[in-house]
Design a protein around this ligand. Structure first.
Ligand SMILES: [Zn+2]
Ligand SMILES: [Zn+2]
Length: 238
């Protein structure tokens, strides 16, 4: 009886459960300390193209086998986390579970990474979130990459542009597709609305996940065709 009363009281005070494992939380955090510790952090050495962890340093001038096989159109990508376990669950909640409140936590990991490795981004002119198609935007009501971009912008003191790059058509989900199929799927799916603001400019693309890099690469290809100079990519996980 008393136990139930206290549980009811806790429910009222802290009605939340961990967004990853669903255990009850006794603080205002969004995930429990256990899950926080289980987040897999991306550690050096990094591939100098896609930013994934390299098994053997210096073997091939710090470029991973995938990037040697299929060159990507962006100049460099960075990610603080490995896309599995807790982070995978959190990204799912963030994208499909309407958990916008996760954006400061997730972007915080990206900002920590920028600070820890002293990633030089002073030369960046625009932060550009990977856009959603209008159909997907209606479905989800927000673009997760745009939410992350706002926090990154605050950290590095740069402006976000949401209307330079747009999706010209809806694409199938990339999940379950092979590398070559992914590239085919996103081909021609981006468009630059106005070339003027990016001519000779340096851009930082923001997305939640970089798996094969096909989406970010296609976006970079489109931006460079429109006159962009350097295109960097920052994602939460890879
Ligand atoms: Zn948990
Ligand atoms: Zn690579």
């Amino acid at each position: 009886m008393l136990k139930e009363f206290f549980r009811g009281l806790t429910d009222m005070l802290f009605p939340k459960t961990c967004l990853s494992c669903k255990t009850r939380l006794i603080t205002e955090a969004l995930i429990c300390p256990d899950c926080k510790n289980k987040i897999k952090i991306n550690i050096p050495p990094f591939c100098i193209r896609c930013g994934k962890h390299l098994e053997n340093k210096n073997l091939n001038k710090n470029v991973c086998p995938a990037c040697r096989k299929t060159p990507l159109y962006f100049d460099r990508a960075f990610s603080p986390c490995i896309y599995e376990g807790v982070i995978q669950k959190l990204i799912h909640q963030f994208k499909y579970g309407n958990k916008r409140s996760l954006s400061p936590v997730l972007a915080g990991l990206m900002n920590e990474f920028i600070r820890e490795y002293g990633i030089y981004l002073d030369f960046i002119d625009w932060i550009i979130p990977i856009p959603l198609s209008s159909a997907r935007m209606r479905e989800r009501e927000y673009n997760q990459s745009e939410l992350l971009s706002r926090h990154i912008a605050q950290e590095i003191q740069k402006k976000v542009s949401q209307d330079i790059l747009i999706r010209s058509r809806n694409t199938l989900t990339q999940t379950g597709l092979k590398h070559s199929q992914r590239r085919e799927n996103v081909k021609g799916s981006f468009k630059v609305r106005d070339c003027k603001p990016i001519k000779g400019r340096n851009l930082l693309l923001i997305d939640d996940v970089l798996t094969t890099g096909a989406t970010a690469s296609e976006a970079a290809y489109t931006l460079k065709n429109a006159g962009a100079n350097v295109v960097f990519v920052l994602t939460l996980a890879n």
